[in-house]
Design a protein around this ligand. Sequence first.
Ligand SMILES: Cc1cc2nc3c(=O)[nH]c(=O)nc-3n(C[C@H](O)[C@H](O)[C@H](O)COP(=O)(O)OP(=O)(O)OC[C@H]3O[C@@H](n4cnc5c(N)ncnc54)[C@H](O)[C@@H]3O)c2cc1C
Length: 404
Amino acid sequence: MQKTYDICIIGGGIVGLATAYKLSLQKPDLKILLLEKEPQLAAHQTGHNSGVIHSGIYYKPGSYKALKCVEGRRALVAFAKLHHIAHDICGKIIVATDNSELNHLNKVFQHGQQNGVEDIEMISSETITEIEPHCKGISGIRVGCTGIIDYPAVTQTLANLVVSKTQNKINTGTAVTGLQFESDTYTIVCNSERFYAKHIINTSGLQADRTIKKTGQSSKAKIVGFRGDYYDLTPEAQHKVKHLIYPVPNPKFPFLGVHFTRMVHGGIECGPNAVFVFDREGYSKTAFRLKDTLDAFAFKGTWKFFAKHWKFGLDEYRGAFSKAYFLKRLQKLLPDLKSEDIVASRCGIRAMALGPEGEMLDDFHIEWGPHAMHVINSPSPAATACLAYGEEIAIQAISRFNIQ
Ligand SMILES: Cc1cc2nc3c(=O)[nH]c(=O)nc-3n(C[C@H](O)[C@H](O)[C@H](O)COP(=O)(O)OP(=O)(O)OC[C@H]3O[C@@H](n4cnc5c(N)ncnc54)[C@H](O)[C@@H]3O)c2cc1C
């Protein structure tokens, strides 16, 4: 007899796992299957991110990002405490280094107030140096509720809770290659195996636009990848950074600018930049995949994005290949940082959903198909927001799929 699950979630990153967890809390009898193509969970964005618990200060008031980040951060910290997951609410500072940044710095602060972010204050250049003695700025914001955390551990804890209910199953090493909907049931094709489910939820991150295509539907958005390269501070230079130091972000882009992050298991990272990639899952500076490249360039939105933002793109490429250029950006915040203080380390790739006019879909974005929910855009701060976002996805799925 074929076993039919109520819901199959495709993608074992933090959003897929938080969704499974929240579904299983809201409807404890649901039979949930989660499929992940890699041998382990959190193998892509979730396991390659900066490990920061964002406060919610940056986002447009009223946006999903703002609402879910603030709500999700509080839920995440409580979850981490309850399940003994490594985290530290160490706080951060956002630092303006020239007058041209002051307007936007003030706007970020106002957003923080409107979004209900607790423990924030404008700080003077003297206070910046008291908090971070090597940092030089003309004005800043201290954000006390920002923290750092081990996101793969959060994902694994969510997975343990999901499978603690014996009717649920998580399969890693299981790539979904086909999706057919017939007689009220999805047949989920995974190379040699078949699974069956009444509904599907697509949380496949960098591949979300391809997963929707497998159902015969297509999204108006195209996913492109932006790699973020990191440098590590050498052990001798680590005294130069106490907590987290961020620049004032460029308001035109959803990236926060290269910054300094203390990591929850030790060490200090500098980065990430934001470089357009030719391989969505290629973790090296020269990675190239024909399928991903053709896919990106066959989409007119990519060309429009390049036409609008070529200067930004060139600048990011320069930073990717020139240590001196990367260092120069970091020195804006830490003028006494030296080339020998930083060594190239890892990278991560962000999924960015582009619209047909080359616009970046800046907020969380969901599309629907028959008995299918497609989470197309889960950009930062989706890791911070995972519990609030997973709850929202679960509520919408239960209502839309009419699950009793
Ligand atoms: C460099 C970088 C820094 C970041 N920093 C932060 C930060 O500090 N704080 C923060 O809150 N957010 C941060 N983010 C954003 C955050 O990490 C992501 O928003 C979040 O991890 C997205 O989770 P996800 O589950 O949607 O995607 P992913 O973690 O990418 O998971 C999607 C999963 O789907 C799987 N999959 C794809 N196709 C298939 C298929 N056909 N079959 C089965 N499985 C499939 C993939 O293998 C993958 O594991 C950062 C992201 C990056 C890349």
